[in-house]
Every structure is written in C-alpha cells, then in structure tokens.
Design a protein around this ligand. Structure first.
Ligand code: ADP
Length: 255
C-alpha cells in the first residue's frame, strides 16, 4: 500500500539510449509539501530523469506514479492535467500576447480538461468555468506580483518579470507538484540568487522537485536532496547530511 503522503513515486526507473544506461533503476519518493532537489555532476542523468517524469521521454523500464496512479505511459499534457506542473529551460511565454493572456491560456488548458477527465479536484462546474479561469488568472497575477502589468505585451517585460511570468504559467495550472529543470541555467550569480528567491517566494507552499547542477544553490532551500551519479541515486537526505557525505564529495570532485 502506498503512503497517501507520497505525491511522486518512481520505482526502478530506467532509461537506456542503446546500450548506455542514462537513468539506472531510480527509486524516488517525493512527499506532500516537500522541497526536493535532485543534483548531480554533468552527465549524471538529471535531464533524462526529468524528461521521464514529465513524459517527454518514455522510460525503458520502471514506473512513475503520481498520487498512486501509474502515469508512466501518459502524455505530458495528461500529467499536467493531473497536477504535475512543469517548467522548462526553454520558455513557453508568448511574446505577442499580453501578460494576462499568457496566464489565462495556461489556466484555461487545465480548466477545459477537468470537465472531461474529472480526476482532479473539481474546482469548476461547466457554468462557472469561464469565471473561474478569470479569477484564477487574477490570483496568479497577484501571486507573481504582475497585477499592474497584465495588459503589457509579454515581450516587453524586463528579464526578471519574464521569469515571474514563467513561474505564473506553472502556477496557473494549479499544480500539486512543480517540476523545475535548472531554472537558473545560463544565469550569472546575482540573477541566480534572485531567481531562487523568487521560486521560494512564489512556490513556497507547493510540493517541489527541482533539478539543479549547482550543489550550493539547493542547500538553503531544500528539505531533502537526492544526488544522482552515473544515472544512479548515490544518496538522499537533508542538505546537512548530503554536504557531509564522502561519496557525494567524490562524485563532485570527479574522484
Ligand atoms: P545531466 O542532465 O545530469 O547533465 P543528461 O540526462 O543530460 O545528464 O545525460 C546523461 C547521459 O545520457 C549523458 O552521458 C548523455 O550524453 C546521455 N544522453 C542524454 N540524452 C541522450 C540521447 N538522446 N541519446 C544518447 N545519449 C543521451
């Protein structure tokens, strides 16, 4: 029997590219409300793991369960409908639409499917669905602090505000679990700090799974850290315990 507190659960998750095993029998359990980070050196298999979780890649073997339901073979958008929100390194913001329209589209994509599938929380009934999308849009704009920028073209946002909007698109789907793949990739150290602070601020009360290369970055924000090395889980524990782990030190020093 599965613990009801478990939001995401993988068992024996494996992805091979030919003979090469990029993700190797990964067992992962993310609990309700936890901020979990998955770290590892370059080539450890983080992105491949992330893609197996979102449905962008189909694992060679093993299972992915979300709230106890087997989603291993489910399409990405079906996972989003069930509450697995995700954000990519590649931005999904439409520059030619307003900030509000971007958020509304994201909220709408989930609202429409709820009537069809009915597996997620029943937030909307058919008659008030439109109103609900509008109010959800307002809520999100307030949460990300862009309530005064709703009518601006997304392409005119400053970089930091654009980041806010990207997180807003995830929030608009009202995810139970937020999957983030290296949200600070390609950023300088100051911008990185600001982005992590933003993630903490905007997504604070959500269950999070953050994929990140930079070990120092995740230490202050994570409840638990999983270290991936050569496709395998090397260690899982509190940041304090991970920081002291000899195997982890060696993996990062390439020993
Ligand atoms: P990380 O995100 O931790 O840097 P990746 O998941 O990107 O690691 O890659 C893990 C390993 O799998 C690397 O050795 C990479 O070369 C290999 N790999 C990733 N994607 C493919 C692919 N489509 N075909 C073949 N090998 C791949």
């Amino acid at each position: 029997a599965l613990d009801t507190e478990t939001v995401l659960h993988t068992e024996g998750l494996t992805k091979q590219f030919g003979d090469f095993v990029a993700v190797d029998s990964v067992d992962l359990e993310v609990r309700d409300g936890e901020f979990r980070s998955v770290i590892g050196p370059n080539g450890a298999g983080k992105t491949t793991l992330f893609n197996c979780l979102t449905g962008a890649l189909r694992p060679t073997s093993g299972t992915v369960r979300f709230r106890g339901e087997d989603v291993t073979r489910m399409a990405p958008h079906e996972r989003v409908r069930r509450g697995m929100g995700r954000s990519f390194q590649i931005s999904t913001v439409f520059g030619g639409l307003s900030v509000r329209e971007n958020v509304r589209l994201s909220a709408q994509s989930v609202a429409e499917s709820e009537g069809e599938i009915g597996l997620r929380r029943q937030l909307f009934t058919p008659t008030d669905r439109f109103e609900s999308v509008e109010s959800r849009t307002d809520e999100v704009l307030a949460e990300i602090g862009l309530e005064d920028r709703g009518d601006d073209y997304a392409r005119n946002l400053a970089h930091g505000d654009r980041r806010r909007l990207e997180l807003g698109l995830v929030l608009a789907t009202d995810p139970e679990l937020v999957l983030l793949d290296e949200p600070t990739a390609g950023m300088g150290s100051e911008e990185t700090r600001r982005t992590i602070r933003l993630v903490e601020e905007v997504l604070a009360d959500r269950t999070m799974l953050l994929i990140e290369h930079d070990i120092d970055l995740v230490m202050n924000v994570s409840d638990r850290v999983t270290v991936l090395n050569r496709g395998q889980v090397l260690a899982t524990g509190t940041p304090e315990r991970i920081a002291e782990d000899d195997d982890v030190q060696r993996a990062y020093l390439g020993g």
